[in-house]
Structures are given as C-alpha cells and as structure tokens.
Design a protein around this ligand. Structure first.
Ligand code: SF4
Ligand code: SF4
Length: 519
C-alpha cells in the first residue's frame, strides 16, 4: 500500500522533523508519500556548505536555511514549489546502483508531468526538463533500510529571488540576466496556468503507486511537529581547501590544521548526491590526526575497494581531491607562503605532478579584467609594459623567460588561444583567472587538454558583481586584483625546476627584485 497525504503548508523549521517522521514510518514497513509547500526558505542539500551554496549576505535574517536529508543542490523555495517526500523500505533496492534508482523513481514524476501535456524528459543525473529547461529536480538517500526520495517541482518561480539566494555563478541581476536565467527553468504554470499544487500531488501519487505496483490510499496529513531545525551558515575559514568539479557536482575538501600541519578537523561538502548519509562524515573522521600531506592515501584507505554510494562522483575523484589539497599545502610551503589557496593545478589526466606541470610551462594567459579600466590595452591582447599595473609586471616576467604571453579578452578568444596552444605544441600554461570562472567554464580547459597551473584573482570579480555575461563578452568594467608577486614566485620555481636546481633560496626570502617581496 502507498499511503499518501498533502500537508498544504509547513514552516521551514518543521521540515526536518516532518522528513524524519515519514522516514520512520518507512522504517516500520510503510511506503509513505507526502506533499508539502514550505514558506520562503533556502533548502540546502545534505552535504552542502551554506557559505558556498548561498549568498548569505542576502539571506541574512530574511528567511531560514533548512537542510534536507537528501544530497544534491540547494533550492530557493517559496510556497509555489511542491515538494514530494517519498519514503519506502529499501527491500530489493537496498543495493541498487544510485543512478539507476534515481531514474527509476523519477519515472513516475515524469509520467505525472507528461500527463499535463508537457513534453518533458528525464535528464541525468536528477532533473526533469523540457526543451532544456528545468521542470523539477529530484534527490535521494538510502539509510536505516529506507529509501528517501524527494523532488521539488516549482509551479511558479521567482527567478530574481533565486539568483539573489543561491551563490551560483549566474547571470547578473539585470533585466537581461534574469530573462536569460528564466530560460533555464520551466515552472509548470508556464504550461498549465491554473495548475493547483494539490492536483499535481494527486497525479504524482497515482503515478508513483502505479510504478511501485502498490494500491494507493490517501490519509489525513500528520500534525506538524514544532521542530526548530534551522542551519547556521557561519563557519570559520579552513586552513587549507581544494575543490574538484566532477560529473556529479563540485566537491570541496576543507581542513583545519594544528601547528604541525596535522588535521584537527576536515569537512567534505558539495551539491553532490551520495546515498550513504554517513560516508562523508566517515571520510572526514579518517582524515583527523593525519598530516596534511597524507590526505590522498588517507582517503584511499578509508574508501577501500567498495564503490561509493554516489552519483557522478567516483572513488578516484574523492582521493584526487585529497591530492589537490595536499598539493596546495606543498606549493605554499615551497613558495614560503601559508597554504597556497590561490594556486590550483589542472592535470587533464590527473597524472602530472605539480612539479612536472610547472617545469613544462611555456605560455602565460592573463585576464583582461586585471588591467586597469583606463588602460587602452584593457580590451586588447598585448601590453607595452608601462609599469603602472600588475599585468605589465606579468608581461615583463613572462617575456624575460621567452614565454608566450596573451591577454584573454573574451571567452571565444580564450577558446581560440587554447586551440592555438594545442596546435603549436605548448606543453603547459600558467593561467590567471577567478575560481568561479574556472568552475563554470572548465570545459574549455578540459577540451583543450593542456595541463595548467592557475592563479586565482581577488578583489571585485564579475561573479561578485554578477556581471559574468559581460565578462565573457569582454565588457566587465571593474578591475580584479592579480598578485604579480605570487606569479613571480611561481615562475621562479619553474626556473629552478627547468634548470635542475632543487634548492629554493627565494622561497622564504626576498623575491628576485623585479617586484617587491611578497609578505
Ligand atoms: S602595464 Fe600594460 S596593462 Fe598595465 S596599465 Fe600599462 S599598458 Fe596597461
Ligand atoms: S570571469 Fe570575470 S573576474 Fe573572472 S577572470 Fe574572467 S573577466 Fe576576470
């Protein structure tokens, strides 16, 4: 029997208790499907870091942040979104492959949407889309012998609120930007103007019962539990952190270290789907008391041979994240800095070491946004090195080493330059760009397949100012800060590697003199 109910309104702070109530009934053998509409809130995934997922400066005290038990991305919610919460005894699905389970449970949701005349399809890993626009998202976890499947189906959507709430690299909040973002979503009232949430819920219940081959019975909604589970978004900054984009989402590893660089606390987060709710906390615990340079083997040991219960995230991804975190620490040590959180390596096959990539650098790519807004070279490749900005210093450093140096003026230019680097046999490059750009447009680098070392830029970026569309077209009008002293230290390290010097006299002492010493 599939027992279903419709809780028309639920306070966000009551959601966790509601979810747990449904789950406990399934632990006792029932299959329960509930529908809720939450008052305005941010509903974050089980493994999300609110500081990375949300624009906390906007969320403030405007509305609460609540966490669901299922993984995946965060949502900006209001009562116009129908949330379906299905809990069923895992039974024969206890060891089903996560991606298969997700598509199987999305099938009845898709059938209900298609029954409204919407030509929608399932799009892996977890969306229902029509003509490329998102209609619904689904999330999954499997614990205590129960499968918990949740889906968010917006009937109407306030895209401006969504853009302000979620800290995604999205278009700026201009009319054009909001219009572009609207094109990514297809709330159901776009197709069925007077669709009522209760009617949609009833359709989903029928389709779900049919898919599970169970008779359906509607029940009165349970009395709301006056729970008060709200997430506190604040957390101190980690001593070292790294990120990795995987097909299942971006995964982050943060670590807090003691004076001997031994991990005191570790945190794995991301908008990723992991059906084992305890996996990340087990992995975090396995890192405590390990030296930061041992993160990679520690994760490999903790994961063992068993495939993680994740969608789009493999064991090798998680282990490699440990490698990246340790590499940042070692780079910082080599350069005489604290952990080098501004430096990342990109190895297309994940098999080149930082040293090998550095030693192979024969090109430098710089972003136009680090040139002053008044410079006539800002939107052009090249620089006469007038001495008035860090980009000029970078040109001097690169040209002094006979490295090809290019100012990237827009996204298409980047792709053309990367293609040329490949054709001309360049082995690796040093690239300067903001992390958000790398996360959103990493496919350009993946396509080019050239190893790289990236230096992050600071200050106003077009993501903090929400001007990324302008930036890709080369029209970003604020100046980002590029640390030319750090770039010099990285290039000095490259020189030492290429000339076979192992000592690093400049690592903790003054720089070579072209630029002031890094402090
Ligand atoms: S150094 Fe180059 S980029 Fe910087 S202000 Fe001078 S000409 Fe412009
Ligand atoms: S996305 Fe914007 S801030 Fe980031 S590197 Fe490109 S132009 Fe600069």
């Amino acid at each position: 029997m599939l027992v279903w109910h419709d809780v028309e309104r639920l306070e966000p702070a009551q959601f966790a208790a509601y979810e747990e109530g449904v789950l406990r009934r399934a632990m006792a053998g029932e299959t329960v499907l509930g529908f809720v509409r939450l008052a305005r809130c941010a509903l974050i995934g089980a493994f999300e870091d609110p500081g990375r997922a949300l624009r906390l400066s906007y969320v403030g005290d405007r509305f609460p942040i609540v966490r669901r038990q299922t993984g995946g991305g965060s949502l900006s919610l209001d009562p116009d979104t129908l949330i379906a919460v299905l809990a069923l005894p895992a039974g024969r699905h206890a060891s089903a492959e996560p991606a298969t389970l997700m598509s199987a449970l999305c099938a009845p949701l898709l059938a209900a949407v298609r029954g409204l005349g919407v030509d929608a399809v399932f799009m892996a890993p977890n969306d229902i889309v029509t003509a490329g626009r998102k209609v619904a998202s689904a999330f999954l976890t499997r614990s205590r012998g129960v499968i918990l499947f949740e889906a968010a189906v917006p009937l109407a959507l306030d895209v401006e609120e969504l853009l302000k709430t979620l800290r995604l690299p999205l278009e700026k909040l201009s009319e054009k930007g909001i219009l572009a973002a609207r094109q990514r979503f297809a709330p159901l009232r776009t197709f069925v103007p007077h669709l009522a949430a209760a009617a949609l819920g009833a359709r989903i219940a029928v389709a779900m019962a049919e898919a599970l081959a169970l008779p359906a019975r509607q029940e009165s909604p349970p009395a709301p539990d006056p729970g008060k589970t709200v997430v506190d978004g604040r957390k101190s900054s980690p001593d070292i952190a790294a990120f990795l984009k995987t097909p299942g989402g971006v995964l982050y590893l943060d670590a807090w270290l003691d004076a001997k660089s031994v991990v005191r606390e570790a945190r794995l987060t991301g908008a990723v789907a992991c059906l084992d709710p305890a996996l990340f906390s087990r992995l975090e615990a396995s890192l405590v008391s390990r030296h930061v340079t041992q993160l990679e083997p520690a994760l490999a040991e903790a994961l063992g041979d068993a495939r993680p219960d994740t969608i789009g995230v493999e064991t090798a991804d998680i282990v490699y994240l440990g490698h990246l975190c340790a590499a940042r620490f070692l780079v910082g040590r080599e350069l005489g800095l604290g952990p080098a959180t501004q430096i990342s390596t990109f190895s297309p096959d994940r098999n080149e070491s930082m040293d090998a990539i550095l030693a192979s650098i024969d090109a430098v790519l710089l972003p136009y946004c680090a040139k002053p807004t008044w410079c006539k070279w800002r939107h052009r490749d090249g620089c006469p090195e007038c001495g008035r900005c860090a980009v000029g210093d970078a040109y001097t450093l690169a040209r002094g080493r006979q490295l090809a140096v290019t100012t990237i003026t827009n996204f298409e230019h980047l792709r053309a330059v990367l293609a040329d680097l490949g054709k001309s046999g360049k082995r690796a490059f040093l690239g300067v760009c903001c992390t958000d750009f790398f996360l959103k447009r990493d496919y350009a680098f993946v396509e080019a397949g050239i190893p790289a070392v990236f230096l992050d830029i600071a200050g106003d970026t077009c993501y903090t100012l929400r001007q990324e569309e302008e930036a890709y077209a080369g029209r970003f009008e604020a100046q980002a800060y590029m640390d030319a002293r750090l770039l010099e230290r990285v290039l000095d390290w490259r020189d030492r590697l290429t000339t076979g010097q192992s000592a690093a006299p400049e690592a903790s002492g003054p720089s070579s003199g072209l630029l002031p010493s890094a402090s």
